[in-house]
Design a protein around this ligand. Structure first.
Ligand SMILES: Nc1ncnc2c1ncn2[C@@H]1O[C@H](COP(=O)(O)OP(=O)(O)OP(=O)(O)O)[C@@H](O)[C@H]1O
Length: 253
């Protein structure tokens, strides 16, 4: 089966520094695939190139078999590759419902001639409410985003991403900065996403990674060190060494 994402020799340089080094990654359709590695390993840089925030220096990126290497981010989103929005990208003064509705409106405006009408507005609000119900935020729909606790704002990010109708969702530390009890709740919602939606996520908490990932790629100094099932990665001496710090500190230096 054609992978949801496939990169070949993907490289990203910042000046003389190679942040992503010759990465050939395959993410299967419907996968729950985690990207892990010590601080500074290049995880976020790899996400940036995949989603089109930063152009790759060399190599290729395919989305469902179609090459998207040089497409801008918005064009990749239209093809179904979405990255969760960061909190600072939310319209914090607008309500939760308005934020999710805007993502849907943007999608509709881009994909077909979408004339504003009462019926269209109703359809958008209805879909937005469905996404909010999915992340258990129905009760917060009318609140301004800034009034929500941080953990709930992160769930708004997820609802907004769903508003783009993704086929592949890339999540860069979806629960970072959130108290442990709430990060469980965020991952529980991510876990409940439809099985045909491919998930690639960066996560530091190994407990969450081993519970929710089915496939794990380990990145060290910009390159793939190994890839495997959670059991394989857990048993891998080299991975342990990286996380115990010796090579990890070196990598982060
Ligand atoms: N815009 C930039 N210009 C120059 N170097 C950068 C830039 N962005 C990141 N880097 C460097 O690239 C390396 C990889 O950073 P990146 O943020 O991708 O790692 P990471 O694995 O996501 O780390 P963390 O787990 O700490 O978030 C780091 O050494 C970082 O300092």
């Amino acid at each position: 089966m054609t992978p949801a994402i496939e990169t070949a020799g993907l490289t990203l340089r910042y000046g003389n520094f190679t942040a992503v080094n010759d990465v050939s990654l395959r993410v299967a359709t419907g996968a729950r695939h985690a990207l892990i590695g010590p601080n500074g390993a290049g995880k976020t840089s790899l996400v940036h190139t995949l989603t089109g925030n930063v152009p790759a220096t060399s190599g290729t990126i395919r989305l469902g078999g179609e090459e998207v290497t040089t497409l801008p981010q918005a064009a990749r989103v239209r093809r179904g590759l979405t990255r969760t929005f960061q909190i600072n990208q939310l319209f914090r003064g607008l309500t939760v419902l308005e934020n999710v509705s805007l993502a849907i409106l943007e999608r509709e405006r881009k994909t077909r001639n979408f004339w504003r009408s009462a019926a269209a507005d109703r359809a958008v609000a209805e879909e937005a409410r469905e996404h909010l119900a999915f992340v258990n935020l129905d009760a917060y729909a009318a609140r301004p985003v800034h009034a929500l606790p941080y953990g709930l704002q992160r769930l708004v990010e997820l609802a907004i991403a769903l508003g783009t109708k993704p086929r592949v969702l890339v999540l860069d530390e979806p629960a970072a900065g959130v108290p442990a009890a709430q990060s469980e709740a965020i991952f529980e919602r991510i876990h409940a996403l439809p099985r045909d939606l491919t998930l690639l996520f960066v996560e530091h908490d190994m407990g969450l990674v081993f519970r929710f990932a089915e496939r794990i790629t380990v990145l060290v100094q910009g390159a793939i060190m190994t890839e495997g099932t959670p059991a394989e990665i857990q048993a891998d001496e080299r991975v342990r060494e990286v996380y115990l710090g010796r090579r990890g500190h070196h990598a982060a230096a």
